[in-house]
Design a protein around this ligand. Structure first.
Ligand code: FES
Length: 174
């Protein structure tokens, strides 16, 4: 009876960026007691939360699960259901988790797709913008959320999102 209270304080430090998406990952890893054989499930969760698997995210997972980075990279690249960092100069991630979808995330995505002439998961021909979707980035309170080059923006309207993207492409065109 006395020993149970002491448990659960190990590995408390989250990601130094304070990015809430890492919290989502922490919860999944904790639920699996940081077991190494939960790697695929954790990678799934990471892809849902981030839209793709960035090196920083893979390093975080490797550290938390005490696995060699090479192993985590190996698994992430072996399964084609996982995608690594997209190739565009800029990355736009539209959250399509329930809260965001209900608040209009789908419309935001549709207008971005129309404006860029690509579909989710693709990169524009000029290599400027990669358009990705995620399922809950941990910002439901400000739904619908979009992440522009790593910066989370809340309560996005389709026009607003298109404006942000146009600013990227415009800089290149001028
Ligand atoms: S559903 Fe979009 S942030 Fe949670």
């Amino acid at each position: 009876m006395q020993s149970s209270a002491v448990k659960g304080k190990k590995d408390k430090a989250g990601h130094p960026s304070g990015d809430k998406r890492f919290k989502v990952l922490d919860i999944t890893m904790k639920r699996n007691q940081f077991r190494q054989d939960a790697l695929i499930e954790v990678l799934h969760k990471a892809q849902e939360a981030f839209g793709y698997l960035e090196e920083d995210v893979l390093m975080y997972i490797a550290r938390k699960l005490k696995l060699p980075l090479s192993r985590v990279f190996g698994v992430a690249t072996f399964y084609h259901l996982f995608s690594l960092k997209p190739s565009g100069a800029h990355t736009c991630i539209v959250c399509l988790g329930t809260a965001c979808y209900v608040k209009g995330g789908g419309e935001v995505l549709a207008s971005l797709e129309k404006n860029l002439g690509i579909e989710q998961g693709e990169t524009t021909e000029d290599g400027q913008v990669s358009l990705i979707t995620a399922r809950c980035i941990g910002a439901c309170g400000i739904a619908p959320a979009v992440v522009y080059d790593g910066t989370v923006a809340g309560k996005q309207e389709p026009e607003q999102a298109v404006e942000r993207i146009t600013a990227w492409t415009k800089t290149k065109a001028e």
